[in-house]
Design a protein. Structure first.
Length: 173
């Protein structure tokens, strides 16, 4: 079972040097808002081997935006090395900020979150293909059908290939 920790308790552990905090979001998300002192290991690259050795004897608090990716990362880390003392930051960085705890912005340029980029890309594909279906050929209705199915499917399996692809784009590096 994945252990949860509230933001205030995690902050106390960090202040006492009992814990480290790992962000499993993408680089653009981390740059837009991060927890001071957090280390970034994006969920796509996350594994026990990536945990710095100085963290091995501490409580490892893992966070993402809301808690979903961090929960999966916690489970993966516990499966790979049960000796780690792993915690999911309850509610992610959003809960941290809502609790009044300090966050930092390390980017001069605000980049859209991956989630917003996915919505923009999917919405644009649907809109443009509907226009093409009306003005050019009804066969273009296949595209919004495919995009709609894809969005529903990614919600069910909680994994989005479009997000992974967008995360590799130069503006997200």
């Amino acid at each position: 079972m994945i252990k949860q920790v509230k933001p205030q308790q995690a902050q106390e552990w960090l202040n006492n040097g009992e814990a480290c905090i790992i962000d499993v979001r993408e680089l653009s998300e981390h740059k837009a808002q991060s927890i001071k002192g957090s280390s970034l290991i994006p969920s796509g690259e996350f594994c026990a081997e990536k945990i710095p050795s100085q963290f091995h004897n501490k409580k490892i608090v893992i966070h993402c935006q809301r808690g979903g990716r961090a929960s999966r990362a916690c489970q993966k880390l516990m499966d790979e090395n049960p000796k780690f003392d792993v915690y999911n930051l309850e509610g992610g960085i959003l809960s941290w900020a809502e609790s009044g705890l300090e966050t930092a912005c390390t980017s001069d340029v605000t980049t859209m979150s991956i989630e917003r980029q996915v919505r923009l890309t999917a919405g644009s594909l649907v809109f443009l293909s509907c226009i093409l279906a009306i003005l050019v050929d009804p066969i273009f209705i296949i595209i919004p059908t495919f995009v709609g199915f894809g969005l529903a499917f990614t919600a069910i399996i909680d994994w989005c290939g479009m997000a992974k692809l967008l995360a590799m784009m130069p503006w997200n590096k």
